[in-house]
Design a protein around this ligand. Structure first.
Ligand code: GUN
Length: 280
């Protein structure tokens, strides 16, 4: 049976290191500040934003939640972001996704040095050009990478990603290419998915399709990272048939307590980094 990757424990380690950094910033009269914009009332988004705020409180990061109804005029959100861009007490700005398609452009209005989600084209471009030092790296890919770097040398490994979104699959593919992995990006339209998953030394999925990945789709000893999240009959399940695949994998994340806690820890890390950058 494979080892279960403990995301909660790893996130706790990261947060513990951040506490020290935050204490040092406070000595320099800087309290890291994160503004979170929530548009609409998607139940998942409300839960995520509250979890982010709670973790800020835990660590002594100032957090501010700005809520708009789904019907908000783009100009109102625009005004808020331009104001947050100017504020000295706010170092990170995050717009919780999903947002209405006509509002997508507002993400590009966040100044790149406060873009703790790493979605601004300047940050995306720096990651794609293997210039990570000058970028904010998106939180879920950064968390996944941190798991993988603990477990293996990525150079030359066959990595299959099942997701091609700008939030997970695309940045992750670039981060892995920067480390000389051999990367295959699959998605919901991929024909014969098994052909690609079976070849993987490392399989990462974020499709949101319950139990998409079955035991006969992976090879012996694979490392499996499951960032999928669905609710089936009140139970949280990932993309991977965990009970069956854990018998074949060398390491595997559980459906809860795996990638999720790491995403939040990396958001805190990016916020502290943004606050540190403000000193330069
Ligand atoms: N929705 C799902 N994942 C994310 C994320 O990493 N950042 C934001 N802002 N919204 C999300």
């Amino acid at each position: 049976m494979g080892k279960i990757i403990d995301g909660r424990a790893k996130a706790a380690e990261i947060k513990s290191a951040l506490r020290e950094e935050i204490a040092n910033l406070k000595k320099k009269n800087i309290i890291p500040g994160l503004a979170t914009i929530l548009i609409g009332s998607d139940p998942g988004s409300i839960v995520y934003v509250n979890m982010k705020q709670k973790t800020c409180q835990e660590l002594g990061i100032y957090s501010e939640k700005i809520t708009f109804p789904e019907s908000i005029e783009a100009e109102e959100v625009e005004k808020e972001i331009l104001n947050l861009n100017k504020r000295e007490d706010i170092h990170g700005i995050l717009v919780q996704l999903p947002i209405p398609p006509e509002l997508k452009y507002i993400l590009d209005l966040i100044v790149p040095y406060k873009d703790v989600d790493g979605f601004h084209p300047e940050n995306v471009g720096n990651v794609a050009n293997n210039n990570e030092e000058n970028a904010f790296i998106p939180c879920t890919p950064q968390g996944i990478l941190s798991f993988l770097e603990d477990l293996t040398d990525l150079k030359g490994k066959n990595v299959t990603i099942v997701n091609h979104s700008p939030v997970v699959g695309r940045p992750l593919a670039n981060l892995l290419l920067n480390r000389d992995a051999t990367v295959t990006v699959c998605h919901v339209h991929t024909i014969n998915l098994q052909q690609f998953t079976k070849n993987a030394d490392i399989l990462i999925t974020a499709a949101g399709v319950p139990h998409l990945i079955k035991a006969d789709m992976v090879k012996q000893g694979v490392i499996v990272i499951d960032a999928g999240f669905s609710r089936v009959e009140g139970k949280i399940v990932g993309d991977v048939d965990f009970e069956a695949v854990k018998e074949i994998a060398s390491h595997i994340t559980p459906p809860t307590g795996g990638v999720g806690p790491m995403t939040i820890a990396m958001l805190m890390k990016n916020t502290v980094k943004a606050a540190s950058l403000s000193l330069e």
